[in-house]
Design a protein around this ligand. Sequence first.
Ligand SMILES: C[S@@+](CC[C@H](N)C(=O)[O-])C[C@H]1O[C@@H](n2cnc3c(N)ncnc32)[C@H](O)[C@@H]1O
Length: 557
Amino acid sequence: MDDDCKQLTHKSAESDDDYLLVLEISETDPLFEKKKKLLEALGFNPKGRVCFKNSTKPEALKYALEVMLQRARITHLDDVELYFVGVYASQHVGFCSPRNELEALHSILSLIDETLSSGKNINRNVLQHLRNGTVVMIHDVGDKYGDETQIVTGCSCEKEKCLLQWGESYGVRTKLDIAYVKGAGRGAIAREDMKVGDIALEIPVSLIISEDLVHESAMFPILEKIDGISSETMLLLWSMKEKHNHNSKFKSFFDTLPEAFNTGLSFGIDAIMALDGTLLLEEIVQAKEHLRCQYDELLPALCNDHPDVFPAEVYTWEQFLWACELWYSNSMKVMFTDGKLRTCLIPVAGFLNHSICPHIMHYGKVDSTTNSLNFPLSRPCNAGEQCFLSYGNFSSSHLVNFYGFLPQGDNPYDIIPLDLDVALVDSSEDGHSISSWASHMVRGTWFSKNHDIFHYGLPPPLLDHLRRAWNPMLQTNTLTLENLEIELEILEDLCSTFENMMEALGDTKLDDREHTNWDVKLALEFKDLQRRIVSSIVTSCNAGRKLVQYELGKCMA
Ligand SMILES: C[S@@+](CC[C@H](N)C(=O)[O-])C[C@H]1O[C@@H](n2cnc3c(N)ncnc32)[C@H](O)[C@@H]1O
C-alpha cells in the first residue's frame, strides 16, 4: 500500500490504466501563492493531481480520499483559516472548521459526480466507492458540529403559513415549514428527508425585493437627485413606507416581520456599559453614530421638502433604525442574470437561521434556466430538523451587532485583532507576500492542535513576526540557547498583554441572568466569550513558558 500511497500523492503523469482527479487552486484566488507554498511544504504537487489505478484496492481508495481531502481543505481555506494554519505547516492539514470541511468535501463530491457523468472510460465502482466515502464524511461533520434545535410548541404560525401560501401561489417551491425554535424566533424545518444536492427552497425572481421596486416607485425621481445615495439606502427608505401599504404585493411578507429586531444596534445603555473592555462596545457606538448621521442628513429634509412622498410620521428615527436592523439582519446579496449583484430581501428564505455548520452554503446566484434563486443542500437534513444557512464567515461581535445573536458552538471567526507594527514584517527570502500578513490576530487556543514548543497553540504568523522583530536573521526553530531565550521573551510579552486584556474585561459577576433584559444578557454572554478566549491565550502562554524553561534548563545544564 505504501507504493500506492506514494503514487497517489506525488504522481504527475498518468498511464493508460491510471485514473486522475484534479483539485487545483484557482489562480485568481488572492491566497494562491500562500496556498501553493503550503501544499509544497506538505510535499504535495501544487498542480492538484490525485492519481490512482482504476483497479485500486479499498484501503488505497480510503487513502486517496484522505489525500484529496487534505488538498481540498487547503484549496478552500479562507484568509482567517490560512492565517491560523500558517504557510510552513509541517503536519498534515486536518479539520480546520465545519465550513472548510463541508466546502472541501463538497468540492470532492462535485468532482466525482462530474467525472461519473462525463462518460469517460473509467471504473465506475472506484468512483462510486469514493463517492460513498465522501457522503459518509459529510454526514459525520453534520453529526458532530450541527446545531441542536428545540421546536417551541403552542406558538401560532398563522402569518408565516399565509406567507408560504402566498409564495407558493407565485411559484415558490419549498421542502421547508416554518416553526418557532428555542432562542432564535422562527426557523425553517425540513418537511422531508433531504440529501446533498436537493433543493430545499426555490424562490422565483418575481418575489425578490430589490432596487427595481424603488425604480418603479414615486420616490425614485426624488431620490435619484440626491448626490451619492446608494441603492441600498433607497431600498431601505422604500421598505419603511411599503410596510404600511395595505395594497402592497409584499403585504404578507411585511406582516411576518418582527416589531423589534433586538440587534446590537438596539442595545440600551446598560448593555453597552456591560461591554466595557471589549471591542464590540466601540463597534456598536460607531455603527449607531453612523446611522444617526445618515438619518440626520437625509430625512428631516426629505420629509420637509416632499411630505406627500415622505410623511414625517413614517420616517421617524425609531422606524429608520428598525429598517436598518431589518436590512442588516435579513438581506442577502444576489447575483442576477444580468451579472449585477444586488442587496435583496427574500420572502420565505428570510426564515432560515444561521449556523457555523450550515446545510445551505451555496446560494445567491439566480439560475438562468428557471429564473429563480435556489437553496441547495451541502449536507443532508432529515425531516423535522431545522435547516440552517450560512450568513457568511462572521465573528460573534458582527453577529451580535448586526443580527443580535451568538451562534452555537465554537466560532472560528472569533478573532481578536492585534495592533502590531507590521512594517517590521518579513523581508525574508520569500521577498513578496507569501509569509507576510497585513495584520495579526489571535483566537481561542482550543482551536489549535499543536501546543508543542515553538507552537503553543498560537498562530504561526504571529510567532514568526515576533521572532523576526527580535532577530531578523532568525531562520529555524531549533533548541539553541539564543532561540529559547527569544521564545521566553516573546511568551512573557504576550502573557502580560493578554493578562492586561483579561483585567480590562473584569471579573465574571454572578448575575441573575434569567431576569435580566435581553440586551444586557446578550452583552454578558458576549463578554464571557471574550474572557474564555483571552484566558485560553494566557493559559497557553504560561504552558509554553514552562516548556521553554524546561528546555533552557537542559541547555544550561
Ligand atoms: C434572517 S432572520 C432568520 C429568521 C428569524 N429567526 C425570524 O424569526 O425572523 C435573522 C435573524 O434570526 C435570528 N437568528 C438567526 N440565526 C440564529 C441563531 N443561530 N441563533 C439565534 N438566533 C438566530 C437573529 O435574530 C437574526 O437577526
